[in-house]
Design a protein around this ligand. Structure first.
Ligand code: ATP
Length: 465
């Protein structure tokens, strides 16, 4: 395995002030895997294996995220491939579709001279994610593997050549099941700051029909249907979908369309259908489809295989072939302009709702929610709200998290109890930029020049305020 080497003037780690700062922060909070994981990956990138090993050994709690476990396995593989394989197996038990884990596994096996097994794992990795295929591996396969018997027709693509037992249809189905495993939604509208208009419309379209089916049936309105949420990232689309399910005590199933597309090319339509079937079986259910734009994204590209998915989605939503009573579909996108036109036509989603960045009242409420349970002095939230124009909900959460890190550091350094102060929050805000600005600038063009159908009316009204 070729690894980068540290530069000859000493470890790059020692020369990098940002890394030094992170190491200090890690000393103060050794259980913080976000920092440890970052340092671990950095050490691997610069080839500082001793440091990487030290970071692993000193961890007071195990890694849990996919990225951290992959980094851990990389370091372990340097010393003992079997230990790395154990970590990768544990990771794959949680996510059978983790292509990178299969690739690392293949690398370990190749290093151990277990060529046939390595070939299968590599096949699994590239089957799940063809961008992982590398010239190095392809050359190795050509040179190491025996040529196919003359009677066997030559494989046409990497996918057919390596469509191996390693990833069986059952395993893929299990991965879909895992990804859509219903979870009890832990939040309700009480956990949402601001968004009063969106909440009101969701109440009318989802909550009330769920709770008072009789009244709605009298007026020919059944519970169920579809709502498309669009807006800048981090402004609460996922959060509100989850809270909606919590409000109606419905099952919440969530999937990002990109998962279906990238992992199960060719099988995507069946899996989308399976997903709807699962949701119907568990009704009342809220099925949340994130990144809906990706479903029709390649429609105009030659050779695209995703356009049939749009038709499957429309058929499933129409409920012609199956009963969609008590099934609500919430879809979300940050790029409404990339959503397939067929999906944007009226009648496909009953409502299209713009989820804007929170206003001042909403920002104060989100800050208050984010501060729940944390020690802090008496705060002027209105003032903080004024300083955070165009900050998204996620930005505001980050403000609190970063300011809290400061308070933690202070407590660790002084040994005295610390709490969040107005000043810490204000200083953190001054260092941050709202993440919605760029989105709003792009969106302005669409609202001004591509709104003949009225699709962007709400967005246009917001921008004109
Ligand atoms: P993306 O488009 O990037 O998926 P999103 O619009 O779905 O983003 P969320 O994932 O729902 O945004 O929000 C990110 C996080 O920000 C949430 O987990 C939540 O902690 C916080 N947040 C966002 N909006 C709100 C809100 N209105 N009230 C409380 N918390 C919020």
């Amino acid at each position: 395995m070729s690894q980068p080497t540290p530069n000859s003037h000493g470890s790059p780690r020692q020369n990098d002030p940002a890394i030094r700062l992170l190491e200090k922060a890690l000393l103060a909070a050794p259980e913080d895997w976000e920092t440890r994981g970052y340092l671990l990956r950095h050490s691997i990138a610069v080839g500082d294996w001793a440091r990487a090993r030290a970071l692993l050994t000193a961890a007071p709690c195990p890694a849990t995220t996919e990225d951290d476990l992959l980094a851990q396995a990389k370091v372990e593989a340097e010393e003992d491939g079997d230990v790395a394989i154990r970590t990768l197996t544990a990771l794959l038990e949680r996510n059978k579709a983790c292509a990178q884990a299969y690739l690392q596994w293949a690398e370990v096996l190749r290093g151990q001279g277990r060529h046939e097994e390595a070939r299968k794992k590599y096949g699994a990795a590239t089957l799940l994610n063809e961008t992982l295929s590398t010239p190095d591996w392809e050359a190795w396969l050509t040179n190491t593997m025996p040529a196919p018997l003359p009677s066997v027709p030559p494989p046409k693509t990497a996918q057919t050549e390596y469509s191996v037992e390693a990833v069986t249809a059952e395993e893929i189905q299990a991965a879909v099941r895992d990804a859509t495993e219903p979870a009890v939604p832990p939040i309700t509208f009480k956990d949402i700051g601001g968004m009063t208009e969106v909440i009101e419309r969701i109440r009318m379209n989802i909550i009330y029909p769920f709770k008072n089916p009789g009244v709605f049936q009298k007026f020919n309105r059944a519970a169920g249907g579809g709502i498309l949420l669009y807006g800048p990232p981090g402004c609460g689309k996922t959060h509100i979908a989850r809270a909606t399910a919590g409000e109606c005590r419905a099952t919440f199933l969530s999937i990002a369309i990109t998962d279906v597309l990238s992992k199960w090319t060719g099988e995507s339509e069946r899996h989308l259908h399976d997903l709807f079937e699962t949701a119907r079986r568990q009704a009342p259910a809220v099925l949340f489809i994130d990144e809906i734009d990706a479903i029709g994204m390649n429609r105009h590209d030659a050779g695209s295989s995703s356009s049939p998915l749009v038709n499957v989605l429309l058929t499933e939503m129409d409920g012609i072939a199956a009963d969609n009573t008590n099934l609500m579909v919430l879809a979300a996108t940050n790029s409404p302009w990339r959503v397939d036109n067929a999906l944007r036509r009226p009648g496909r989603f009953d409502r299209v709702l713009f989820v804007p960045p929170p206003d001042a009242v909403g920002r104060a409420a989100i800050l208050e929610i984010s501060l729940r349970g944390m020690p802090h002095e008496s705060l002027d939230l209105q003032k903080l709200a004024k300083q955070t124009d165009r900050f998204s909900g996620a930005d505001l959460r980050a403000v609190v998290t970063r300011a809290a890190e400061q308070a933690i550091l202070t407590e660790m350094q002084t040994g005295r109890e610390s709490r969040l102060t107005q000043r810490m929050l204000t200083e953190t805000i001054a260092l941050m930029r709202p993440s919605t600005t760029e989105w709003l600038e792009t969106a302005r063009n669409y609202a001004s020049y591509a709104n003949r159908s009225g699709f962007y009316d709400e967005l246009a009204a917001y921008l004109d305020r």
